[in-house]
Design a protein around this ligand. Structure first.
Ligand code: CA
Ligand code: CA
Ligand code: CA
Ligand code: CA
Length: 336
């Protein structure tokens, strides 16, 4: 029974972080306010919060925000050395997104098109002013101390931008079968409402609320949305900060396009290795995206093949135009 309750709670928490527009218990105002106008307000609120609060961090990277008392000497969040920001052009404005890097993480970086195993606590804040004295109220609107798998595309936009700034950690399996995580990424993100729930409101979140998330990135899983053998993180773009690539400009981004160059031949066919001399003796079916470094103990080009080649057969130059992205390069390659 305990387990069931736990599962139900996890499902509830999980549902609430997804876009509120899909939730039955949310209400959406008829006419959203202009993004630029709301962004300015949100940024001011976030800046004021960071200037008037300090953070305490426990040994497990859980955070508590406290208003600095009059005359207090605590360092405001806005002056912390590990406060960073990224800028993103979304909604025709440039969002400045602040985050605290409590620990970067020692493992793999994740991307906005991958799945992540994350625990989190989401907080909203409100300021009331009486006799020129500001008082803040913080409300935890969503929380899961137990990590949960999320596909970053399916949650609020801010997560997809900030969580890839961190890395996973390592893990070990304990004798009792439980798993312990070490050195995972941990941080705090301060999100304008345009990267959160915007004009949607729920029981716990009013419309146009900036959000604060304390989060920990335990693990990640790379995805291949279109199953063409090339990881989505590679097809998404040359770095994690650009919109998805669309080589054939058919409005289907490469990471969802099974024929990236639009030449009528599937990518998974164009990336197949040639038929080996001894028919049927082939090993791996497809080239990897990039060459695999040679291991002297194994035959070259079998265990460590070159990467997807260009039309001329170049499988090594990093800037080569790989043939699955070259509509003038299509079979007959000898494939099997
Ligand atoms: Ca793919
Ligand atoms: Ca396309
Ligand atoms: Ca593709
Ligand atoms: Ca193709």
């Amino acid at each position: 029974m305990k387990t069931l309750v736990k599962i139900v709670l996890v499902v509830l928490f999980t549902a609430s972080i997804f876009s509120c527009q899909n939730n039955d218990d949310s209400t959406t105002l008829d006419k959203p306010r202009p993004y630029a106008e709301v962004y300015l307000e949100d940024t001011l609120k976030i800046r004021q919060f960071m200037e008037t609060h300090y953070v305490t961090v426990d040994s497990d990277n859980n955070t508590t925000f406290t208003q600095i008392p009059v005359g207090g000497s605590q360092t405001p969040i806005s002056e912390m050395s590990n406060l960073a920001h990224i800028e993103r052009d979304i909604h025709d404005i440039t969002y400045k997104i602040y985050f605290l890097k409590l620990r970067e993480g020692s493992g793999e970086q994740t991307t906005p098109v991958d799945s992540t195993f994350v625990s989190y606590k989401g907080t909203t804040f409100a300021k009331t002013t009486v006799n020129s004295v500001d008082t803040y109220t913080q409300t935890v609107f969503d929380e899961s101390q137990t990590p949960v798998w999320f596909t970053l595309e399916d949650v609020i936009r801010g997560w997809g931008e900030v969580i890839p700034q961190f890395k996973t950690g390592t893990y070990s399996v304990n004798p009792d079968g439980t798993v312990s995580f070490q050195n995972y990424g941990a941080g705090v993100m301060f999100l304008p409402s345009g990267l959160g729930y915007y004009n949607s409101s729920t029981t716990n979140i009013s419309a146009y609320s900036p959000l604060i998330f304390n989060f920990k990135l335990y693990n990640q899983r790379s995805r291949d949305h279109d199953r063409d053998g090339i990881l989505s993180r590679i097809e998404y773009g040359p770095d994690f900060n650009v919109d998805a690539l669309d080589t054939d400009a058919d409005k289907i981004p490469n990471y969802r396009d099974v024929d990236d160059d639009g030449d009528g031949v599937l990518t998974i066919v164009e990336t197949k290795k040639p038929l080996p001399l001894s028919i049927g003796q082939g090993t791996s079916l497809n080239y990897p995206y990039d060459p695999i470094p040679d291991n002297p103990a194994t035959p070259q080009n079998e265990s460590e093949p070159k990467g997807i080649p260009s039309a001329s057969g170049d499988g090594a130059t990093p800037t080569r135009l790989r043939r699955h992205l070259d509509k003038n390069s299509k079979p007959p390659f000898i494939v099997y």
